[in-house]
Write a protein that binds this ligand. Structure first.
Ligand code: UTP
Length: 475
């Protein structure tokens, strides 16, 4: 077999093996393995088409964009009977065991700056339960409610895989059956410098990073997760991100709308609060396909346009909650269909690297390009896509940044506001401020209730009267 070193030299990437002769044989083998897994042709093509010669602006395309249709909530004019039918259809699907939960947790969480996989971040107000624990409890509660253990697939990356699995083991899988929790790692892509040269993280390893949440589709296929779903009778995948503790991991109405429409990919949308809010927007492109346009690609004149009622015309924001049909994922994730492959995007980032002298440099400014796929790029390939409106306060409060917006503080407050709404709906007195934030901090675990309706029922059937005080935890 030809050593990949020659291939790298032929592709102008010989620097990857610059220190090869200084490595011991184990390190040499490791670098060789890493290098063999990289598709040099793909790296060259991405650098050429995304960095060196990016196709010009998409103003012409933008001219043809229309807002995508979405199904409004009943409180905003949606048909309540349709929502009820969808809810019942979704519940039947959950009872029949055809739905799996799927969390993408392969990201690096650099903005949060937490030392450990993001899913292990303590997020709830009193117990300080981790994001993973919150999801585990929601999935566990749904499994009890629907009488079927709901499988949970978790995508990691090699950077956080072992730590993630060890965390679950240490916590007894939070009461879930370990045989129903499946971990797999996503793919990696090398970072390149401004000239397209692959960077080394140290003398014996390439600067690799996860290939984006869009990498989840091919990782589901490559890891065998899709085969396992098929063997277990699962045909519907409920996709959510690891950073959002409010997410309804298995939402019956959403599942119902998806199944009733025979949709291959469905999405939840939130009305944007302001044009500058940093979420992608669901649009319909010139050929009538639904697409998500990133906020940075949305021309300002469209982002700020208002309709006759004074609402933002392009307001359906994407919050990374989707349902996938299993066979659609198999098709897209195996790159089988001509043209049906997710595109890569570039990100200009700071990446530590080894310089020619073998010294590790941590740059102050972006020095490298990373290549990532985005899961919402699957949307235009899907048949019968469905978009439904959701309520921010019941579905979305992510932990992205260490401080400020979308931070542990805002997410904690949003959890408290949700508990407070449920408590008031059950007729229990509770003092809140103008924003709905209770004046005492307390917690409702998903095992007690994970929707307002369940909470009201649980309170009714509770033998003891429910009293909410500082640090109350309802389990
Ligand atoms: P983000 O886009 O917020 O990225 O990911 P991130 O890596 O978590 O955080 P920053 O940007 O470094 O601060 C959104 C979701 O997609 C997952 C993340 O784990 C998170 O659930 N993701 C992201 C992956 O699973 N793989 C990736 O390659 C990127």
């Amino acid at each position: 077999m030809i050593h990949p070193r020659h291939d790298y030299e032929d592709h102008g990437q010989g620097q990857v093996f610059r220190f090869f002769d200084q490595l011991n044989s184990e390190q040499q083998d490791a670098l060789t393995r890493e290098a063999s897994a990289i598709d040099l042709g793909e790296v060259a093509r991405l650098f050429e088409t995304l960095v060196r010669n990016p196709s010009g602006g998409n103003e012409a395309l933008a001219d043809q964009l229309e807002p995508a249709d979405f199904i409004p909530l009943p409180r905003n004019g949606g048909d309540a009977a349709k929502w009820r039918e969808a809810f019942e259809t979704g519940e039947a699907a959950l009872r029949s065991g055809r739905v799996a939960a799927f969390t993408v947790a392969g990201g690096q969480g650099t903005r949060l700056g937490f030392d450990g996989p993001k899913g292990t971040f303590p997020v709830t107000p009193i117990r300080r339960a981790s994001l993973f624990q919150v999801f585990a409890e929601k999935i566990g509660a749904a499994s009890v409610l629907y009488g079927k253990p709901i499988p949970w697939f978790i995508m990691t990356s090699v950077i956080n895989h072992e730590e993630t699995v060890a965390f679950f083991e240490r916590h007894g899988f939070f009461g879930l059956n370990p045989e129903r929790v499946h971990f797999f790692s996503q793919g990696l892509m090398p970072a390149v410098d401004e000239q397209g040269k692959i960077l080394l993280a140290d003398k014996g390893s390439v600067a690799l990073s996860p290939d984006g949440h869009g990498g989840s589709l091919r990782a589901l296929v490559r890891s065998g997760a899709i085969d396992r779903m098929e063997a277990d009778g699962v045909d519907t995948i409920s996709y959510f991100q690891v950073d959002n503790p409010l997410v309804r991991c298995l939402d019956p109405a959403f599942i119902g709308f998806h199944l009733l429409a025979e949709s291959e990919m469905s999405s939840k949308a939130l009305p944007k609060v302001a044009p500058e809010e940093k979420v992608g927007v669901f649009c319909r492109d010139g050929s009538g396909r639904d697409v998500v346009i990133e906020y940075s690609d949305m021309p300002e004149r469209l982002a700020t346009e208002r309709d006759a009622a004074g609402e933002l015309r392009f307001r359906a924001g994407s919050i990374a909650i989707h349902l996938f049909d299993r066979d659609f994922v198999r098709r897209l994730g195996s790159g089988g269909d001509a043209g049906a492959e997710l595109p890569f995007h570039k990100a200009h980032k700071k990446v530590s690297f080894v310089d020619e002298a073998g010294v590790v440099i941590a740059p102050d400014e972006p020095n490298a390009y990373k290549f990532e796929m985005f899961v919402f790029d699957a949307l235009p390939f899907a048949k019968n896509p469905v978009i439904i409106e959701t309520a921010r306060e019941d579905d979305f409060s992510p932990v992205k940044n260490a401080e400020g917006s979308d931070s542990p503080q805002t997410s904690r407050d949003d959890q408290l506001r949700q508990y407070a709404r449920w408590v008031k709906a059950a007729g229990i007195e509770l003092e809140t401020d103008d924003t709905g934030l209770p004046t005492v901090a307390f917690e409702i675990t998903p095992g007690f209730a994970d929707t307002e309706a369940h909470f009201v029922e649980s309170v009714k059937s509770s033998r003891e009267p429910i009293v909410i005080e500082e640090e109350t935890v309802l389990i």
